[in-house]
Design a binder for this molecule. Sequence first.
Ligand SMILES: *Cc1c(COP(=O)(O)O)cnc(C)c1O
Length: 439
Amino acid sequence: MPKSLPKSKRSKDDVLKELRELRTEDARWKDGRTFSLVYYVDDEHSRLLKEAYGEFMAENGLSPMAFPSLRRMESEVVSMAAGLFHGDDDVVGTMTTGGTESIMMAVKTAREWARNEKGIARPEIIAPLSVHPAFEKAAHYFDIEIRHAATGPDLRVDLQDVERLITPNTAMLVGSAPPYPHGVMDPIVELAALAQSRGLLCHVDACLGGFFLPFAKKLGRDIPPFDFSVPGVTTISADLHKYGYAAKGASLVLHRNRELRRHQFYTYSEWPGGLYVSPSMTGTRPGGAIAAAWAVMHYLGEEGYLDHARRVLATTDKLIAGINAIPGLRVLGKPHVGVFAFASDSLNVYELADAMEACGWKLDRQQNPPALHCMITPAHERIADTLLKDLRELSSRLAAGEPAPEGSAAMYGMVGAIPDRKQVDGFLMDFLDGMFDRG
Ligand SMILES: *Cc1c(COP(=O)(O)O)cnc(C)c1O
Protein backbone atom coordinates (compact mmCIF):
# COMPACT_ATOMS: atom_id res chain seq x y z
CA MET A 1 0.00 0.00 0.00
CA PRO A 2 1.38 3.43 -0.86
CA LYS A 3 1.79 5.75 2.11
CA SER A 4 -0.66 8.60 2.21
CA LEU A 5 0.18 12.19 2.90
CA PRO A 6 -0.33 12.96 6.62
CA LYS A 7 -3.86 14.20 7.19
CA SER A 8 -2.97 17.04 9.47
CA LYS A 9 -0.28 19.63 9.94
CA ARG A 10 2.59 19.30 12.41
CA SER A 11 4.80 21.82 14.10
CA LYS A 12 8.07 22.80 12.46
CA ASP A 13 10.10 21.68 15.48
CA ASP A 14 8.43 18.31 15.57
CA VAL A 15 9.09 17.65 11.88
CA LEU A 16 12.70 18.82 12.09
CA LYS A 17 13.29 16.62 15.12
CA GLU A 18 12.08 13.56 13.25
CA LEU A 19 14.13 14.56 10.21
CA ARG A 20 17.32 14.73 12.28
CA GLU A 21 16.60 11.40 13.89
CA LEU A 22 16.54 9.74 10.46
CA ARG A 23 20.31 10.20 10.47
CA THR A 24 21.15 7.62 13.11
CA GLU A 25 22.38 4.92 10.73
CA ASP A 26 24.10 7.25 8.24
CA ALA A 27 27.80 7.24 7.41
CA ARG A 28 29.47 9.26 10.21
CA TRP A 29 31.56 11.63 8.14
CA LYS A 30 32.22 14.17 10.87
CA ASP A 31 34.54 11.89 12.81
CA GLY A 32 36.69 11.19 9.73
CA ARG A 33 36.00 7.45 9.46
CA THR A 34 34.40 7.71 6.03
CA PHE A 35 36.47 8.44 2.93
CA SER A 36 34.20 9.58 0.18
CA LEU A 37 31.06 11.54 -0.53
CA VAL A 38 31.56 14.32 2.04
CA TYR A 39 34.29 16.99 1.94
CA TYR A 40 34.04 18.26 5.49
CA VAL A 41 36.18 21.02 6.99
CA ASP A 42 34.66 22.16 10.28
CA ASP A 43 31.42 23.48 11.79
CA GLU A 44 32.18 27.14 11.15
CA HIS A 45 32.73 26.37 7.48
CA SER A 46 29.49 24.36 7.34
CA ARG A 47 27.57 27.25 8.91
CA LEU A 48 28.81 29.64 6.23
CA LEU A 49 27.62 27.25 3.51
CA LYS A 50 24.24 26.77 5.18
CA GLU A 51 23.64 30.47 5.58
CA ALA A 52 24.71 31.35 2.06
CA TYR A 53 22.68 28.47 0.64
CA GLY A 54 19.67 29.37 2.76
CA GLU A 55 19.87 33.01 1.68
CA PHE A 56 19.31 32.06 -1.99
CA MET A 57 17.39 28.82 -1.49
CA ALA A 58 14.30 30.17 -3.25
CA GLU A 59 16.01 31.81 -6.22
CA ASN A 60 16.30 30.04 -9.55
CA GLY A 61 19.32 30.37 -11.83
CA LEU A 62 17.29 29.25 -14.84
CA SER A 63 16.39 32.76 -15.83
CA PRO A 64 19.43 34.97 -16.32
CA MET A 65 17.08 37.96 -16.32
CA ALA A 66 15.17 37.57 -13.07
CA PHE A 67 18.12 37.31 -10.69
CA PRO A 68 21.07 39.53 -11.61
CA SER A 69 22.47 38.57 -8.19
CA LEU A 70 22.87 34.92 -9.21
CA ARG A 71 24.11 35.84 -12.66
CA ARG A 72 26.77 38.01 -11.09
CA MET A 73 27.79 35.34 -8.58
CA GLU A 74 27.98 32.69 -11.30
CA SER A 75 30.03 34.90 -13.56
CA GLU A 76 32.42 35.70 -10.71
CA VAL A 77 32.78 32.03 -9.80
CA VAL A 78 33.50 31.20 -13.45
CA SER A 79 35.93 34.07 -13.69
CA MET A 80 37.84 33.10 -10.53
CA ALA A 81 38.08 29.51 -11.78
CA ALA A 82 39.21 30.67 -15.24
CA GLY A 83 41.95 32.66 -13.52
CA LEU A 84 42.96 29.72 -11.36
CA PHE A 85 43.18 27.57 -14.51
CA HIS A 86 45.32 30.09 -16.41
CA GLY A 87 42.57 31.02 -18.85
CA ASP A 88 42.73 34.20 -20.90
CA ASP A 89 39.85 36.62 -21.52
CA ASP A 90 38.25 34.24 -24.02
CA VAL A 91 37.67 31.47 -21.48
CA VAL A 92 33.99 31.17 -20.50
CA GLY A 93 31.99 28.69 -18.48
CA THR A 94 28.79 27.65 -16.76
CA MET A 95 28.01 26.42 -13.29
CA THR A 96 26.27 23.05 -13.12
CA THR A 97 24.87 20.89 -10.34
CA GLY A 98 27.83 18.50 -10.27
CA GLY A 99 30.70 16.80 -12.02
CA THR A 100 28.41 14.50 -13.95
CA GLU A 101 26.46 17.39 -15.39
CA SER A 102 29.67 19.28 -16.24
CA ILE A 103 30.97 16.20 -18.04
CA MET A 104 27.70 15.69 -19.85
CA MET A 105 27.91 19.26 -21.09
CA ALA A 106 31.47 18.75 -22.33
CA VAL A 107 30.46 15.56 -24.15
CA LYS A 108 27.40 17.24 -25.63
CA THR A 109 29.63 20.11 -26.77
CA ALA A 110 31.93 17.61 -28.49
CA ARG A 111 29.01 15.88 -30.20
CA GLU A 112 27.49 19.12 -31.53
CA TRP A 113 30.90 20.46 -32.56
CA ALA A 114 31.69 17.25 -34.47
CA ARG A 115 28.30 17.20 -36.18
CA ASN A 116 28.07 20.88 -37.01
CA GLU A 117 31.64 21.81 -37.76
CA LYS A 118 33.20 18.58 -38.93
CA GLY A 119 30.18 16.86 -40.50
CA ILE A 120 30.69 13.72 -38.39
CA ALA A 121 27.34 11.92 -38.14
CA ARG A 122 28.37 9.45 -35.39
CA PRO A 123 30.99 11.14 -33.24
CA GLU A 124 33.21 9.17 -30.89
CA ILE A 125 35.25 10.13 -27.86
CA ILE A 126 38.34 8.42 -26.50
CA ALA A 127 38.78 8.17 -22.74
CA PRO A 128 41.08 6.18 -20.44
CA LEU A 129 39.73 3.10 -18.65
CA SER A 130 40.24 5.04 -15.42
CA VAL A 131 37.90 7.85 -16.49
CA HIS A 132 34.86 8.61 -14.34
CA PRO A 133 31.66 6.69 -15.24
CA ALA A 134 30.00 10.05 -15.93
CA PHE A 135 31.61 9.82 -19.40
CA GLU A 136 30.05 6.38 -19.96
CA LYS A 137 26.75 7.80 -18.79
CA ALA A 138 27.07 10.81 -21.10
CA ALA A 139 27.89 8.54 -24.05
CA HIS A 140 24.87 6.41 -23.12
CA TYR A 141 22.51 9.38 -22.78
CA PHE A 142 23.73 11.19 -25.89
CA ASP A 143 24.12 8.01 -27.95
CA ILE A 144 27.73 8.44 -28.96
CA GLU A 145 30.52 5.88 -28.83
CA ILE A 146 33.17 5.94 -26.14
CA ARG A 147 36.38 4.08 -26.91
CA HIS A 148 38.54 3.09 -23.95
CA ALA A 149 42.27 3.63 -23.91
CA ALA A 150 44.42 1.39 -21.73
CA THR A 151 46.38 2.72 -18.78
CA GLY A 152 50.04 1.88 -18.29
CA PRO A 153 51.81 0.37 -15.27
CA ASP A 154 52.10 3.90 -13.84
CA LEU A 155 48.25 4.07 -14.04
CA ARG A 156 48.35 6.96 -16.53
CA VAL A 157 46.65 6.70 -19.90
CA ASP A 158 48.75 5.02 -22.58
CA LEU A 159 49.16 7.64 -25.33
CA GLN A 160 50.01 5.09 -27.98
CA ASP A 161 46.75 3.35 -27.28
CA VAL A 162 44.88 6.65 -27.53
CA GLU A 163 46.50 7.29 -30.89
CA ARG A 164 45.60 3.80 -32.07
CA LEU A 165 41.91 4.40 -31.22
CA ILE A 166 41.58 7.63 -33.24
CA THR A 167 39.26 7.26 -36.26
CA PRO A 168 37.80 9.77 -38.72
CA ASN A 169 34.80 9.92 -36.32
CA THR A 170 36.79 10.92 -33.25
CA ALA A 171 35.65 14.23 -31.78
CA MET A 172 37.42 14.48 -28.42
CA LEU A 173 40.20 13.00 -26.31
CA VAL A 174 39.70 12.91 -22.54
CA GLY A 175 42.21 12.90 -19.71
CA SER A 176 41.72 13.26 -15.97
CA ALA A 177 43.53 15.51 -13.53
CA PRO A 178 43.47 13.16 -11.71
CA PRO A 179 41.10 10.17 -12.14
CA TYR A 180 39.14 9.18 -9.05
CA PRO A 181 40.34 5.57 -8.58
CA HIS A 182 44.07 6.17 -8.00
CA GLY A 183 44.61 9.93 -7.98
CA VAL A 184 47.42 9.76 -10.55
CA MET A 185 47.16 12.45 -13.24
CA ASP A 186 47.04 11.53 -16.92
CA PRO A 187 49.75 13.10 -19.14
CA ILE A 188 47.63 16.11 -20.14
CA VAL A 189 50.33 18.05 -22.01
CA GLU A 190 51.01 15.14 -24.35
CA LEU A 191 47.35 14.21 -24.70
CA ALA A 192 46.35 17.78 -25.60
CA ALA A 193 49.22 18.01 -28.09
CA LEU A 194 47.98 14.84 -29.75
CA ALA A 195 44.44 16.23 -29.89
CA GLN A 196 45.68 19.49 -31.35
CA SER A 197 47.80 17.79 -34.00
CA ARG A 198 44.75 15.78 -35.13
CA GLY A 199 42.32 18.71 -34.98
CA LEU A 200 40.35 17.22 -32.06
CA LEU A 201 38.89 18.63 -28.88
CA CYS A 202 40.56 17.76 -25.58
CA HIS A 203 38.64 17.65 -22.32
CA VAL A 204 40.39 17.63 -18.95
CA ASP A 205 38.30 16.14 -16.16
CA ALA A 206 39.53 18.14 -13.19
CA CYS A 207 36.37 17.42 -11.18
CA LEU A 208 38.53 16.05 -8.40
CA GLY A 209 41.75 18.03 -8.80
CA GLY A 210 40.58 21.38 -10.15
CA PHE A 211 40.42 23.10 -6.79
CA PHE A 212 43.39 21.25 -5.34
CA LEU A 213 46.18 21.00 -7.91
CA PRO A 214 46.75 24.77 -8.32
CA PHE A 215 47.28 25.09 -4.57
CA ALA A 216 49.42 21.97 -4.32
CA LYS A 217 51.61 23.48 -7.03
CA LYS A 218 51.86 26.77 -5.13
CA LEU A 219 52.98 24.73 -2.13
CA GLY A 220 55.87 23.40 -4.17
CA ARG A 221 54.50 20.05 -5.26
CA ASP A 222 55.50 18.66 -8.62
CA ILE A 223 52.20 19.12 -10.49
CA PRO A 224 52.33 18.79 -14.28
CA PRO A 225 50.35 21.45 -16.19
CA PHE A 226 46.74 20.39 -16.79
CA ASP A 227 44.73 23.55 -17.45
CA PHE A 228 44.28 26.27 -20.11
CA SER A 229 48.02 26.95 -19.95
CA VAL A 230 48.32 23.73 -21.97
CA PRO A 231 47.81 24.32 -25.70
CA GLY A 232 45.08 22.07 -27.06
CA VAL A 233 42.99 21.80 -23.88
CA THR A 234 39.52 22.91 -24.97
CA THR A 235 37.21 22.18 -22.02
CA ILE A 236 37.69 21.56 -18.30
CA SER A 237 35.29 20.19 -15.67
CA ALA A 238 35.97 21.08 -12.02
CA ASP A 239 33.81 20.36 -8.99
CA LEU A 240 33.22 23.09 -6.48
CA HIS A 241 31.52 20.60 -4.17
CA LYS A 242 34.68 18.52 -3.78
CA TYR A 243 37.98 20.27 -2.99
CA GLY A 244 36.25 23.60 -3.71
CA TYR A 245 34.59 22.90 -0.30
CA ALA A 246 31.26 24.32 -1.54
CA ALA A 247 27.80 22.97 -0.76
CA LYS A 248 26.53 20.01 -2.79
CA GLY A 249 25.20 20.82 -6.23
CA ALA A 250 28.05 22.97 -7.54
CA SER A 251 30.49 22.28 -10.36
CA LEU A 252 31.90 24.08 -13.39
CA VAL A 253 32.39 23.40 -17.05
CA LEU A 254 34.81 25.83 -18.71
CA HIS A 255 35.40 26.35 -22.42
CA ARG A 256 38.41 27.74 -24.25
CA ASN A 257 36.12 30.25 -26.00
CA ARG A 258 32.51 31.32 -26.56
CA GLU A 259 32.18 29.60 -29.95
CA LEU A 260 32.77 26.26 -28.31
CA ARG A 261 30.32 26.96 -25.48
CA ARG A 262 27.48 27.64 -27.91
CA HIS A 263 27.45 23.88 -28.61
CA GLN A 264 26.56 23.32 -24.97
CA PHE A 265 23.53 25.61 -24.84
CA TYR A 266 19.96 24.76 -25.63
CA THR A 267 17.25 27.07 -26.99
CA TYR A 268 13.65 26.47 -28.02
CA SER A 269 11.56 29.19 -29.59
CA GLU A 270 8.18 27.53 -30.23
CA TRP A 271 6.88 26.72 -26.77
CA PRO A 272 3.53 28.29 -25.94
CA GLY A 273 5.07 29.04 -22.54
CA GLY A 274 7.50 31.49 -24.09
CA LEU A 275 11.02 31.60 -25.49
CA TYR A 276 13.11 29.01 -23.66
CA VAL A 277 16.85 29.10 -23.10
CA SER A 278 18.89 26.78 -20.89
CA PRO A 279 22.65 26.65 -20.51
CA SER A 280 22.91 23.12 -19.08
CA MET A 281 21.07 19.84 -18.42
CA THR A 282 18.73 20.91 -15.67
CA GLY A 283 15.89 23.35 -16.07
CA THR A 284 15.61 24.95 -12.66
CA ARG A 285 19.06 25.74 -11.29
CA PRO A 286 19.26 25.96 -7.48
CA GLY A 287 20.29 29.47 -6.43
CA GLY A 288 21.54 28.21 -3.07
CA ALA A 289 24.30 26.12 -4.63
CA ILE A 290 25.51 29.08 -6.69
CA ALA A 291 25.44 31.40 -3.67
CA ALA A 292 27.24 28.92 -1.41
CA ALA A 293 29.97 28.39 -4.02
CA TRP A 294 30.45 32.14 -4.42
CA ALA A 295 30.51 32.58 -0.65
CA VAL A 296 33.03 29.84 0.04
CA MET A 297 35.47 31.15 -2.56
CA HIS A 298 35.40 34.54 -0.89
CA TYR A 299 35.46 33.04 2.60
CA LEU A 300 38.52 30.88 1.98
CA GLY A 301 40.36 32.91 -0.61
CA GLU A 302 43.71 31.66 -1.83
CA GLU A 303 44.96 31.67 1.75
CA GLY A 304 42.23 29.29 2.93
CA TYR A 305 42.58 26.92 -0.01
CA LEU A 306 46.33 26.82 0.55
CA ASP A 307 45.83 26.03 4.24
CA HIS A 308 43.46 23.18 3.46
CA ALA A 309 45.72 21.82 0.69
CA ARG A 310 48.69 21.92 3.08
CA ARG A 311 46.78 19.93 5.72
CA VAL A 312 45.40 17.42 3.22
CA LEU A 313 48.84 16.88 1.67
CA ALA A 314 50.51 16.42 5.05
CA THR A 315 47.88 13.86 6.10
CA THR A 316 48.10 12.10 2.73
CA ASP A 317 51.91 11.91 2.87
CA LYS A 318 51.75 10.45 6.35
CA LEU A 319 49.15 7.85 5.33
CA ILE A 320 50.94 6.85 2.14
CA ALA A 321 54.26 6.39 3.92
CA GLY A 322 52.53 4.56 6.78
CA ILE A 323 50.58 2.22 4.50
CA ASN A 324 53.64 1.43 2.39
CA ALA A 325 55.44 0.51 5.62
CA ILE A 326 52.78 -2.08 6.54
CA PRO A 327 53.87 -5.55 5.37
CA GLY A 328 51.74 -6.68 2.43
CA LEU A 329 50.19 -3.29 1.63
CA ARG A 330 51.25 -0.85 -1.06
CA VAL A 331 49.85 2.40 -2.43
CA LEU A 332 49.23 2.29 -6.18
CA GLY A 333 51.20 4.72 -8.36
CA LYS A 334 52.28 8.23 -7.38
CA PRO A 335 49.13 10.16 -6.40
CA HIS A 336 48.92 13.93 -6.90
CA VAL A 337 46.05 14.95 -4.60
CA GLY A 338 44.54 13.67 -1.37
CA VAL A 339 43.13 10.66 -3.17
CA PHE A 340 44.86 7.30 -3.46
CA ALA A 341 44.27 3.56 -3.38
CA PHE A 342 46.19 0.71 -1.82
CA ALA A 343 46.36 -2.93 -2.77
CA SER A 344 48.00 -6.08 -1.49
CA ASP A 345 49.84 -8.97 -3.06
CA SER A 346 49.44 -11.19 -0.01
CA LEU A 347 46.13 -10.26 1.62
CA ASN A 348 42.56 -10.12 0.41
CA VAL A 349 41.92 -6.38 0.67
CA TYR A 350 38.17 -6.92 0.65
CA GLU A 351 38.57 -8.94 3.86
CA LEU A 352 40.74 -6.19 5.25
CA ALA A 353 37.97 -3.70 4.43
CA ASP A 354 35.45 -5.90 6.28
CA ALA A 355 37.75 -6.09 9.31
CA MET A 356 38.22 -2.31 9.20
CA GLU A 357 34.48 -1.83 8.88
CA ALA A 358 33.93 -3.84 12.06
CA CYS A 359 36.17 -1.20 13.72
CA GLY A 360 34.07 1.65 12.34
CA TRP A 361 36.06 2.53 9.20
CA LYS A 362 34.37 2.80 5.81
CA LEU A 363 36.87 2.30 2.98
CA ASP A 364 35.53 2.10 -0.57
CA ARG A 365 36.30 -1.12 -2.45
CA GLN A 366 37.75 -0.89 -5.95
CA GLN A 367 38.44 -3.49 -8.67
CA ASN A 368 40.98 -4.26 -11.45
CA PRO A 369 43.06 -4.56 -9.32
CA PRO A 370 41.25 -5.07 -5.98
CA ALA A 371 42.15 -2.04 -3.86
CA LEU A 372 40.82 0.17 -1.09
CA HIS A 373 40.30 3.87 -1.67
CA CYS A 374 41.03 6.91 0.48
CA MET A 375 39.87 10.48 -0.12
CA ILE A 376 41.50 12.79 2.40
CA THR A 377 40.03 16.05 3.67
CA PRO A 378 41.11 18.39 6.47
CA ALA A 379 38.81 16.37 8.76
CA HIS A 380 41.07 13.33 8.42
CA GLU A 381 44.06 15.02 10.03
CA ARG A 382 43.00 13.83 13.48
CA ILE A 383 42.47 10.19 12.57
CA ALA A 384 45.58 9.43 10.50
CA ASP A 385 47.50 7.75 13.34
CA THR A 386 44.55 5.64 14.46
CA LEU A 387 43.83 4.61 10.88
CA LEU A 388 47.40 3.43 10.40
CA LYS A 389 47.41 1.63 13.74
CA ASP A 390 44.20 -0.25 12.89
CA LEU A 391 45.36 -1.07 9.37
CA ARG A 392 48.64 -2.42 10.73
CA GLU A 393 46.99 -4.50 13.42
CA LEU A 394 44.16 -5.89 11.30
CA SER A 395 46.34 -6.75 8.33
CA SER A 396 48.79 -8.59 10.56
CA ARG A 397 45.91 -10.56 12.09
CA LEU A 398 44.63 -11.49 8.63
CA ALA A 399 48.16 -12.44 7.59
CA ALA A 400 48.33 -14.72 10.64
CA GLY A 401 45.27 -16.55 9.35
CA GLU A 402 42.63 -15.03 11.60
CA PRO A 403 39.31 -15.04 9.69
CA ALA A 404 37.81 -11.69 8.71
CA PRO A 405 34.41 -10.78 10.15
CA GLU A 406 31.38 -11.40 7.97
CA GLY A 407 31.10 -8.62 5.38
CA SER A 408 31.03 -7.98 1.68
CA ALA A 409 34.35 -9.68 0.78
CA ALA A 410 32.65 -12.86 -0.45
CA MET A 411 30.30 -10.84 -2.64
CA TYR A 412 33.18 -8.79 -4.11
CA GLY A 413 35.17 -11.96 -4.71
CA MET A 414 32.25 -13.60 -6.47
CA VAL A 415 31.37 -10.58 -8.58
CA GLY A 416 35.02 -10.11 -9.56
CA ALA A 417 35.17 -13.70 -10.81
CA ILE A 418 32.18 -13.43 -13.16
CA PRO A 419 33.54 -13.10 -16.69
CA ASP A 420 30.25 -11.89 -18.19
CA ARG A 421 30.00 -8.27 -17.08
CA LYS A 422 26.50 -8.00 -18.60
CA GLN A 423 25.41 -10.44 -15.92
CA VAL A 424 27.00 -8.21 -13.27
CA ASP A 425 25.17 -5.21 -14.73
CA GLY A 426 21.98 -7.25 -14.31
CA PHE A 427 22.77 -7.73 -10.60
CA LEU A 428 23.47 -4.04 -10.24
CA MET A 429 20.16 -3.20 -11.88
CA ASP A 430 18.35 -5.49 -9.39
CA PHE A 431 20.28 -3.91 -6.54
CA LEU A 432 19.29 -0.40 -7.62
CA ASP A 433 15.72 -1.49 -8.11
CA GLY A 434 15.66 -2.84 -4.57
CA MET A 435 17.37 0.18 -3.04
CA PHE A 436 14.79 2.53 -4.46
CA ASP A 437 11.83 0.48 -3.27
CA ARG A 438 8.88 2.33 -1.84
CA GLY A 439 9.10 2.97 1.87
C1 LIG B 1 33.50 13.03 -8.53
C2 LIG B 1 34.04 12.97 -9.89
C3 LIG B 1 33.21 13.12 -11.00
C4 LIG B 1 31.71 13.23 -10.93
O1 LIG B 1 31.24 14.20 -10.10
P1 LIG B 1 29.79 14.18 -9.41
O2 LIG B 1 29.75 15.48 -8.75
O3 LIG B 1 29.76 13.01 -8.47
O4 LIG B 1 28.77 14.04 -10.48
C5 LIG B 1 33.83 13.13 -12.24
N1 LIG B 1 35.15 12.97 -12.36
C6 LIG B 1 35.97 12.80 -11.31
C7 LIG B 1 37.44 12.63 -11.54
C8 LIG B 1 35.44 12.78 -10.04
O5 LIG B 1 36.23 12.60 -8.98
